[in-house]
Design a protein around this ligand. Structure first.
Ligand code: SF4
Length: 114
């Protein structure tokens, strides 16, 4: 006769393995979503004058721009400090360049221009 009893330890191990798989799947999905870089040709990006390099902003057409403003010190940027790019609340599912800029730039609290 086969003993079909499942020990409490086996149940716990199965449950923990299942729980561990959920965050991994979530991280993989999140990484895939965040991997797409925002194009300057995107319709919304164009309407907000987004550029991947704030040094290329034309101050004549964007008079609110001041040197030192860039995505990395914008309140909408949620990328890691020091990363080349990261997510922006204005462009969900895309990444923007840390040195980029657009018309809705607002200084992140605790940051300085530079
Ligand atoms: S809202 Fe801020 S972080 Fe997003 S693209 Fe514009 S300047 Fe960059």
């Amino acid at each position: 006769m086969i003993d079909e009893k499942i020990s409490r330890r086996q149940l716990l191990q199965g449950a923990l393995a299942g729980l561990a798989a959920v965050p991994a799947v979530t991280l993989i999905a999140h990484s895939a979503n965040a991997a797409e870089s925002l194009s300057e040709d995107d319709a919304t990006a164009k309407s907000l004058a987004y550029v991947g390099d704030a040094g290329k902003v034309d101050p004549k057409t964007n008079p609110t721009y001041k040197p030192g403003q860039h995505c990395a010190n914008c309140i909408q940027y949620t990328g890691q400090a020091g990363a080349a790019d990261g997510p922006c609340n204005i462009f969900p599912g895309k990444t923007v360049k840390a040195k980029g800029w657009c018309k809705v730039w607002v200084l992140k609290p605790g940051e300085e221009l530079g």
